[in-house]
Unconditional design. Structure first.
Length: 489
């Protein structure tokens, strides 16, 4: 011991007698353990053992059963104790003439065991006293842990169902729980009113199906605003294992938080309105004198913000929704945007020969049944991200967030989405939203088709390396011919 102490404290004298080989080995091991504990590399556990001495039958007279129950061991048979047994035993225990602490009566262990044989030890008496105070039946350790795990599992399940953010690593293996990236943020009110919202959605679906049954020749359209950032990028990428910082290169950091608003119109039969409404946000609410890119399939509005207002809504009704083809019978499925809830303004813009039905999706139900939100809008943004990644990877000198380039992309994208091969894809949004009963035939999603097999083949115009496939003529084209020169067929 002195030799070990001397290593850490040189002032400690070393014994004169030398250590033999066995003692040196033990000394080396002890020193290694001490150094490991000092450096925090060794897990140190402590255990206290208590020795109970039998002092005779009268020893329990001086024992106070009201003492703290800290460190009480569990009895293996306590899971067999019933409430009836415990109530009877506790009543008898408190009927004793001896007084302890709060002047409550108590019985000795010897008397308790004679009357109730399952009370065998001091720990059992403490457990009985705890039962009288808490009303909780005592049980063995394994049963207690099992009950605790089940209670915790119920609490965790409630937190998951309630959308509460929490982190815990101890139940992963047993209850198949893991930490996941948060994919959706909902307000307390939305989460609380979920059942009410689901009920309103079912009523909406029934009303829509009733209108369709009463008017078999009716057209069902859905209009939905969607924001599109000027420069989009994916949320995931490959990185080395253990990397804590993952960076992505963008052309303009400010463009990743600045948006424009698109308002396409889709139909339950796979129809896509040829014109698309686009709201730009510009300083002063005006375009520069030189103007901006224009195309026949875009109706461009400008404001101080990309967020649409009442005037933009009127322009949308007049120049897009009720311009061009308008069916004699039309059912509009709209969200709860305030302008869409003013049915009188919408009807005032409709042609007089159009029998118009308008249904609004209840607040909080857009993500659950809005056809455009369930399919169409996701593909628009997915194609934008894929194209931006292509431009960066190929080092193409083309700024995607520049106003004219962005409008070119929106125009060409709308041209692509109107291809006949994507009709079933558009229908799928209405099926997923519960507005049509028949599932559309299988289809290839727009992003997978446009950038899928054969998209890297030589361009059919200039023979350069391909970028995508036109969904209308089904030929490959390079980036310049398709997205800059705007191939149309």
């Amino acid at each position: 011991a002195k030799a070990v102490t001397n290593i850490f404290d040189p002032s400690t004298p070393i014994p004169a007698s030398p250590l033999n080989s066995s003692e040196k080995k033990w000394m080396t091991r002890i020193v290694m353990m001490l150094r490991g504990a000092e450096a925090g590399e060794l897990s140190v556990r402590e255990r206290d053992e208590a020795v109970k001495e039998d002092l005779g039958e009268d020893s329990d007279v001086d024992w106070d059963y009201e003492d703290s129950n800290d460190g009480v061991k569990s009895h293996t048979g306590r899971h067999l104790w019933t409430k009836e047994k415990m109530d009877a035993a506790y009543a008898f225990y408190r009927s004793g003439t001896r007084k302890r602490n709060n002047d409550e009566g108590c019985q000795s262990l010897k008397v308790m065991h004679k009357k109730h044989s399952f009370i065998k030890t001091d720990d059992d008496v403490r457990a009985l006293r705890d039962y009288g105070r808490t009303g909780v039946l005592p049980t063995n350790r394994n049963a207690q842990l099992q009950l605790l795990a089940e209670d915790l599992d119920r609490e965790v399940t409630e937190m998951i169902d309630a959308g509460t953010e929490f982190h815990d690593c101890n139940l992963q293996a047993k209850y198949r729980i893991t930490s996941r990236h948060i994919t959706k943020i909902v307000s307390v009110k939305t989460n609380r009113d979920k059942e009410k919202t689901l009920k309103l959605l079912e009523e909406l679906r029934e009303k829509v199906q009733k209108i369709v049954e009463d008017h078999p020749d009716i057209y069902v359209w859905n209009c939905d605003q969607t924001g599109m950032v000027k420069e989009a990028h994916g949320k995931r990428t490959n990185a080395r294992v253990g990397s804590r910082t993952v960076e992505v290169v963008v052309q303009s950091k400010g463009a990743t938080t600045s948006s424009i608003t698109l308002l396409p119109i889709i139909g339950s039969d796979g129809y896509l309105k040829p014109n698309e409404f686009v709201q730009l946000g510009e300083p002063g609410g005006k375009l520069p004198q030189k103007g901006c890119f224009r195309d026949a399939n875009l109706e461009i509005a400008v404001g101080t913000s990309h967020i649409m207002g009442k005037e933009a809504a009127k322009e949308f009704y007049k120049k897009v929704l009720f311009n061009g083809f308008v069916p004699p019978k039309l059912l509009l499925i709209l969200d709860s945007w305030p302008c869409f809830k003013r049915h009188d303004k919408i009807r005032a813009a409709a042609p007089p020969n159009c029998q118009l039905f308008i249904m609004n999706i209840p607040p909080g139900g857009t993500s659950l049944c809005q056809p455009a939100d369930l399919s169409f809008n996701h593909q628009l943004k997915g194609i934008q991200k894929r194209l931006k990644s292509f431009i960066v990877a190929r080092k193409i000198d083309y700024k995607v967030s520049q106003r004219d380039n962005l409008l070119r992309f929106v125009s060409q994208l709308h041209f692509c989405m109107g291809a006949d091969r994507f009709k079933h894809f558009i229908q799928y949004g209405f099926f997923k939203g519960g507005f049509i009963k028949d599932r559309p035939p299988r289809f290839v999603a727009p992003k997978e088709y446009i950038f899928g097999k054969g998209s890297m083949a030589p361009c059919s115009v200039c023979s350069s390396r391909g970028c995508c496939i036109c969904p209308r003529c089904e030929k490959p084209y390079c980036f310049h011919c398709f997205w800059v020169l705007l191939h149309r067929c």
